[in-house]
Structures are given as C-alpha cells and as structure tokens.
Design a protein around this ligand. Sequence first.
Ligand SMILES: O=C(O)CCC(=O)C(=O)O
Length: 335
Amino acid sequence: MTAQDSRTADFSLTGEELAEFHRQGYAGPFALYEPADIKGIWRRERVRLMDRSAAVYGDGAAKSGITNIANYDRHLDNAFLASHICRPEIVDRVSSILGPNLLCWRTEFFPKYPGDEGTDWHQADTFANASGSPQIVWPQDADFGGTITVWCAFTDATTEMGCLQFMPGTHLTMFYDETKRMHYDPKKVNSVQKDGVRRGFFGYDYRELQIDPDWTPDESRAVSMEMAAGQFIVFWSTLMHASHPHLGKTSDMRMGFAARYVPGSVRIYPGLDAVEEYGGQISLDRYGAVVVRGANEYPGNRIATHTTRGDRFAGGSAIGHADPPAQDRSGRTPP
Ligand SMILES: O=C(O)CCC(=O)C(=O)O
C-alpha cells in the first residue's frame, strides 16, 4: 500500500471545478498552509535558501541580480520545497487535469519588492520565450502544449503588493510566438510603462513576441487574483497572465513560488545541456524532473528521486510506463 492509498482525503477537482477550469484556464485559490504557519516557515526557509552549497545551479549562473535563474529548482536541494511540490492538495488537483503520470519539471521564485514593476502580460507554451529553445515538448502536439503552474503565495499578495492577474478563457489561443526572440536589457527593468502601467518581464519586453505587433492586451478582461499567504492557484501557462506593480504602500514584499507540472510523456529540455536566459546560464548536469505521481514515460527525461541533500521525493516511481493516457490541454483524452 502506498502513502497515496492510505490517505483518506482526496483533493481532486470535482467535475464542476474541472469544467470551470477548462473554460477559464485556472482554478482556485485553494488553501494549503495556515497564514501564520507559512509566515513562520517562510521566515525560516528564506534564511536556509541563502545557503546555496547544495543547489544544483552554481552561483556563477546569475550574471544579473534582477532575475536569478540560479535560484530555479531549489526544490532539488531544499527539503521544505521538496515536500511542497509533492503535497497531495496540489498533486491531486493537477493530476485531475493532466492525468495519472505527473512530473514537476521546474520551480521558480517570483518576488515583488516595494516599488517593483508588474509582470508583463504573457503566455508560455514551450518556454522557448527567452532561451530560444523549447524547454518542454508535448508528444501529441509539439506546437502547442504548455504547463500547469501552481503559484503559491508564501506572503500575502494583494493588488497593491503586485498580485497575479489573469484574462479568463484565453488559454486556448496564443497571442505570442515563442519562436521569435526577446532581447535582454536589464536597463528596462522598472522603467517602462505599458498602457499606463509599469510592467516588464525581468529585463525583457514580452511585446517582442506578439504575433500581431499592433495588438494590445484587453485590460478590461483582466481579473486580479488576490491571495492570502498560504493559498495557491492552478493555471495553464498559456493563459494570459501578468501581475500588478508593487505600489510600495507597505514595506512587505510579496513572494510567489511557482511549481510547474507536465504529464510524464512530455519531453523536458529535449537536446539541451544548458539553458541561457534572464541574463544567466545554467548547466543541466545535475538537473532532474521529479515524478510527483505515477511514472515518467519519456525515457530521455532526466529524473531526480532525491534532493541533493538526500531527501526522497514523496511521489511516484521514478521509471515505469503509463497506463491510461493523459488528457490533452482542452480536457480531451487523445486517441
Ligand atoms: O508572479 C508573477 O509576477 C509572474 C508569475 C508568472 O508569470 C508565472 O508563474 O508563470
């Protein structure tokens, strides 16, 4: 009997929630940690994360302090983050969307300090957006895939502190072409207004990827996703999403922790040994995706079963073969 079998709670999305998810492109927010608990945990883990001695990407990876890609995938060395990505409250829900075989292939921190710009409106399908090479490729439809992002508020995230924004129902149409290239320019950070709002994309301008250069996102469709510390939201990376600027009305920063999931059949970093983006470069030598449910199905995927400090991930088997096929991104089961 596995830990999964012995659990009594099942956090899968209900049929109604799932139908709403497929219509809107997101579900939640859902509660994961009590606000007081996560505030204490975050205070402790912030300090622990400063010790990068077991991190899979070296300090030299970050050429700029603006977006620290060296801090990608800290779940591969930090025990709290390792358990966070495997939490049944998250994995059950994502599994009800993506199927029984589930990999967490990336985590990222998204801090907004007082005065920081908002994040540009964007959509991500292959994640080639900044690096130039697809980072995830789905088997059924290599041109259109995406990932499920689970964005957890480690602090409160109000509108004034830069909470997320979504445009419901936009996840099935790409307005951006990730085969185009964006140009990194750290001078753009915090200095560009778009439609009257200070926004940017960590040293890039996401508008460079627009399929129609004359199109502008319809802000009237935007909803603000205010979240209390300890809540998380689940969304397609192909959903139009952004965030408000942090207006600096409080000295508290907001911190989002994004964990990204795909079915076990998706190819992760195909043909890549390194990733260069956001003003830094990381080697994939020590990288592994984590099987959080079921099995990995693509033999070429690098898999991590333990953190670099020896903690075992509480997910599925590392190698194996899938039974029922995963659903595609519209909720259909492919033939
Ligand atoms: O937190 C933000 O401002 C942006 C988050 C985001 O783009 C993502 O999680 O994919």
